[in-house]
Design a protein around this ligand. Structure first.
Ligand code: ADP
Length: 421
């Protein structure tokens, strides 16, 4: 690029000097008595030629090798006859150079043409290419060396920062990295929280499984060792059966939670497995299935609302209804009521709601009841067959459906849990 820029400048320079030369000669020409006097201008490689108005050669300082018709048809000569001046470039007989011709119409009607050889772009380029390549290489090396140094200097504080990941947010070397560091920090926090939750969950599961297993093992041992009286055996067997049932329910709940965990992050993927589900029909099914439990607990169970269709997973939504109704009955009082309601709210958003007039949830526990294994009253939950996972499953099912959970409860008065889809 630089060569071509210089070449253009060089060409302009030649044209200007040729035009100046031609004007000077044309002024001097008026005083000449003989055309041969033009030879004084034929110095420094300049070739002078004079043609009359018919294109006949009157004078030439150097033999040009062009014949009469070539001369009269030369581009610059025709231009000069027509408009006073003309110019053209032609490949020179000398290798690697070209000739610049400048022609001017003189006051007596003759045309003066001067020519000068100059190097072509390629000659200039081939002369300078070595220098150009060398200087490029030098600059390249310098740039590489400089960029290595700079990179090291820029990266060093980042490496330093990563040495102490615990306090990464306190050692941000460049403010541009702040959002990135915040993301790393939050991710670490999330991971360590997840790890904590996982550890707690494992500990809880082990604990929850241990108590029924201890009972089962204890009763079985009594029977095997013959310490149990024959009359007690049916009773002990029933207890073993109940505890085993409790373990099965717990294991089923754990499996369901882990399945929901994998589904949770991919709502759009789950959407393909979804179908049109009528919340009212689900309410009806729930009512039919829970009626017997409700009667046993002396609780009335009613359903209200209309057909409300949403896109969802039938099995999971059935589970959601069952868990909420089951809790509303189990944490109720004799003579209490449970209302299941489905429909669309004023914003046309589908919802399902389970309201009870039961024992209610103390305010301090309200934010925690959706946690795994959290129970307000452990013994009451266990007595009524709870695993402590029911509401955690409800929360996950709602999440899988992109739904939102709302809880309203007053201790001693009742609870309302609703899901909007
Ligand atoms: P559980 O198997 O113990 O019922 P859940 O996850 O279903 O576990 O519920 C967690 C806790 O929330 C329960 O132990 C109970 O203390 C409380 N709870 C849930 N639903 C109700 C309700 N409708 N009324 C009062 N307390 C409730």
């Amino acid at each position: 690029m630089a060569t071509s820029i210089f070449y253009n400048a060089f060409k302009n320079e030649i044209w200007e000097s040729l035009s100046f030369e031609a004007s000077s000669i044309s002024i001097a020409y008026a005083y000449f008595e003989d055309h041969a006097e033009l030879s004084i201008f034929a110095i420094d490689g300049i070739r002078v030629m004079l043609l009359d108005e018919h294109g006949n050669l009157l004078y030439q300082s150097h033999p040009s090798g062009e014949n009469a018709s070539e001369l009269t048809n030369a581009e610059e000569v025709i231009e000069a006859y027509e408009s006073g001046t003309g110019r053209a470039t032609r490949t020179s007989q000398t290798f690697g150079s070209e000739t610049y011709y400048y022609a001017i119409l003189l006051s007596d009607g003759n045309v003066l043409r001067i020519g000068q050889d100059a190097q072509t772009l390629w000659t200039i380029l081939s002369d300078s290419i070595l220098m150009i390549v060398l200087s490029c290489l030098v600059f390249l090396m310098l740039a590489i060396a400089l960029s290595i140094r700079l990179t090291k200097r820029i990266v060093a504080p980042i490496m330093e920062m990563t040495r102490d990941l615990e306090h990464i947010q306190n050692n941000v070397p460049y403010k541009e990295l702040s959002p990135f560091i915040s993301a790393i920090y939050s991710d670490r926090l999330l991971r360590s929280n997840n790890e904590k939750i996982r550890q707690e969950f494992t500990a809880n599961v082990s604990h929850e499984l241990k108590s029924p297993l201890t009972s089962i093992s204890g009763y079985a041992e009594l029977i095997v060792s013959g310490l149990a009286k024959p009359v007690d055996i049916p009773n002990f067997a029933t207890k073993i059966h109940t505890e085993a049932g409790r373990m099965i329910t717990l294991v089923e709940d754990i499996i369901q939670l882990s399945q929901l965990d994998t589904m949770r992050d991919s709502f759009s993927e789950n959407a393909s497995q979804f179908e049109q589900v009528n919340l009212y029909s689900l309410g009806q099914e729930c009512l039919d299935r829970q009626m017997i439990n409700a009667k046993r607990a002396f609780v009335s169970l009613t359903l209200s609302g209309d057909d409300t269709f949403i896109n969802g997973n039938h099995k999971l939504l059935t589970e959601l209804f069952q868990n909420l109704c089951d809790n509303a009955i189990r944490y109720n009082k004799p003579g209490g009521k449970v209302f299941i309601e489905v429909g669309r709210n004023s914003n046309n958003i589908a919802y399902m709601k389970v309201r009870d007039t039961g024992i209610g949830i103390p305010e301090e526990s309200q934010s925690r009841i959706f946690e795994r294994f959290y129970r307000v009253d452990k013994s009451h939950s266990k007595e009524t067959g709870g695993t402590g996972l029911g509401l955690a499953i409800v929360k996950h099912i709602a999440l899988v459906h992109d739904g939102k959970l709302h809880l309203e409860s007053e201790f001693g008065k009742g609870t309302e849990i609703s899901v909007t889809f």
